[in-house]
Write a protein that binds this ligand. Structure first.
Ligand SMILES: [Zn+2]
Ligand SMILES: [Zn+2]
Length: 53
């Protein structure tokens, strides 16, 4: 099954699950976050070092 990695909790998210994907405002890299991390507003760090939200 195809998965994406949540940038916050590093869990694999099955593509059938609800998740959000957006581009890093700094480097444009795609960032995925699972529904849980989005709901609780967990931090994430992009490969470029950008920290969000
Ligand atoms: Zn997550
Ligand atoms: Zn970035």
């Amino acid at each position: 099954m195809k998965t994406v990695e949540c940038k916050s909790c590093k869990q694999e998210i099955p593509l059938i699950d609800p998740y959000v994907q957006f581009k890093c405002p700094d480097c444009g890299e795609l960032i995925a976050r699972c529904e849980k991390c989005r709901t609780f507003g967990h931090d994430y760090t992009c490969e470029c070092g950008f920290e969000g939200p």
